[in-house]
Write a protein that binds this ligand. Structure first.
Ligand SMILES: NC(=O)c1ccc[n+]([C@@H]2O[C@H](COP(=O)([O-])OP(=O)(O)OC[C@H]3O[C@@H](n4cnc5c(N)ncnc54)[C@H](O)[C@@H]3O)[C@@H](O)[C@H]2O)c1
Ligand SMILES: [Zn+2]
Length: 456
């Protein structure tokens, strides 16, 4: 049994997130303020007005102990904005569960939520001392996104996947680096070469031996390979069991973990077998990136720059390891597109394929010596050149794009011996092909990526 306490400033969204988190996890949910109101039979503002803050804090401490000790199953508890100012309350909550502190929303956001009737607690003093108090909690939630059927939480130090599911399918490298092992963990070998049906079958067998049934949750801990394989095994096990994804690579945080696609490779091609089966919950914990090799970080950067191109942003590179806010900001581009086209039916999602038509061909042509992220960087620049040739982009645009990828340490030119034309046969084999033409998601300018069918 596990408890997550959601804490943070007034109007930071504790109750809304708490409800969604509990729903995603099939856990119980308790709102501490609502518990106090029900127990006392009056509104919190009336308790403050009549008995004063000190009396209210006493009632709050008692309520905290009551709801924690009475919890019969795993529970999310949304606390009040000052519940853990009291040292004894803080020590109690730290011992009984995991405290996630929500980052302070902007002033405008606070005003909007209060205007929308979201918070009934008197705001109190939001002085620097309060800010330091909130900042002293190590587990932080920077942002969350809600997609129908799927909740995405972005933060740092968000906890151990073993607390969320009876079985965790873990990438062997990530698991050993982050100490995720033991009985609840089934490790799978690292690497795209093992993203195949044999590994899926080994995961099904792990489900079987652990007695995983329709109501059980399973979790994935690893990069895009682990997420795709676990999601696919979950989609097909007993016709679908729910799953949670803990992505551990930058690429899987900003790209692979959101969008609902799961699957595996066949010797005939990548991702040929798969299903849409979105995880109920995605927990993006930036502290996992501390062990990620530089080349993998750069690969994730390539997809981040692709999102920036789609959205017409130029965020530059503030930190080698992006912060939760940077990750959330970038991920919001993909989330926005997925919301509009969850099952890739309207064509909107094709925008996410920017740089990938050339990129995939280059990966195959080089026998995957050029990594996916490197191929996407080169692919974006080559596709921008195609846009210039078609009269859709200005002459200097490909060089501007190239400079952005080069800043992130990514290659921007085709390796020796390859040209756009020499890759054309492989591009024609691209699975996004309709009839005899290939539809590119062509980067034509900042914020201007267009689906363009081309005869190659
Ligand atoms: N489902 C989707 O929508 C979608 C989107 C994009 C990509 N993908 C898939 O994602 C895969 C690529 O994802 P990826 O780049 O995460 O690859 P990956 O899962 O192979 O991980 C890359 C490497 O990093 C290691 N690793 C993982 N976490 C680590 C950590 N915290 N510290 C150190 N090492 C760590 C892994 O062992 C592996 O060697 C591809 O198979 C691709 O098809 C899926
Ligand atoms: Zn990609």
């Amino acid at each position: 049994m596990a408890i997550i306490y959601l804490y943070g400033p007034p109007a930071s969204g504790k109750t809304t997130l708490g409800r969604r988190l509990a729903e995603a996890l099939s856990w119980d949910f308790t709102d501490l303020d609502a518990e106090i109101v029900a127990h006392e039979g009056r509104e919190i503002k009336d308790i403050f007005a009549k008995d004063g803050e000190k009396a209210f804090r006493l009632m709050e401490g008692e309520a905290l102990a009551r709801v924690t000790l009475n919890a019969k199953t795993s529970t999310v508890i949304a606390l009040g904005g000052g519940t853990l100012l009291d040292d004894a309350n803080r020590a109690f909550a730290s011992e009984k569960g995991k405290i996630w502190c929500l980052d302070t929303p902007s002033k405008e956001e606070v005003a909007r939520r209060i205007a929308a009737g979201g918070d009934t607690r008197p705001l109190g003093d939001m002085s620097a001392a309060r800010a330091a108090h909130y900042a002293s909690f190590p587990s932080r939630v920077a942002a969350s996104f809600y997609l129908p059927g799927s909740l995405v939480v972005v933060g740092c130090a968000l906890g151990d996947p073993r607390d969320f599911a009876p079985l965790v399918i873990a990438d062997s490298t990530a698991a050993s680096l982050h100490g995720v092992g033991g009985e609840k963990v089934f490790t799978i070998p690292s690497g795209e070469e093992r993203k195949n049906l044999e590994t899926v079958a080994s995961i099904w067998r792990a489900f079987h031996s652990r007695g995983i049934g329709r109501r059980d949750m399973v979790a994935a801990f690893g990069g895009g390979v682990t997420g795709d394989l676990t999601g696919f095994a979950a989609a097909t096990w007993m016709r679908g069991v729910p799953w949670i994804n803990f992505p551990t690579t930058l690429l899987s945080m900003v790209d692979a973990s959101t969008g609902g696609k799961t699957g595996c490779d066949l010797p005939e091609g990548k991702n040929l077998v798969g299903a849409f089966h979105a995880p109920r919950l995605v927990v993006i914990d930036s502290s996992r990136l501390s062990t990620l090799p530089a080349r993998e970080l750069r690969g994730g950067r390539a997809e981040m720059i692709k999102h920036d191109i789609i959205a017409g942003r130029d965020n530059g590179l503030a930190n080698p390891i992006p912060s939760p806010i940077e990750i959330a900001d970038n991920l919001s581009v993909k989330v926005g597109i997925v919301r509009e086209d969850p099952f890739e039916r309207t064509g909107r999602r094709i925008l996410l394929n920017c740089g990938h038509t050339v990129g995939h061909a280059l990966e195959i042509a080089t026998g995957f010596a050029v990594s996916h992220g490197e191929a996407v960087a080169i692919g974006c620049v080559e596709e921008a050149r195609l846009a210039v040739r078609l009269g859709l982009a200005s002459a200097e645009w490909p060089e501007r794009l190239a400079a952005r990828f080069a800043d992130a340490g990514l290659p921007t030119a085709l390796p020796e011996g390859f040209t756009f034309d020499s890759l054309a046969p492989l591009m024609r084999g691209d699975k996004k092909r309709y009839g005899s033409s290939v539809t590119f998601a062509l980067p034509c300018g900042p914020g201007d990526v267009r689906p363009i069918p081309c005869q190659l």
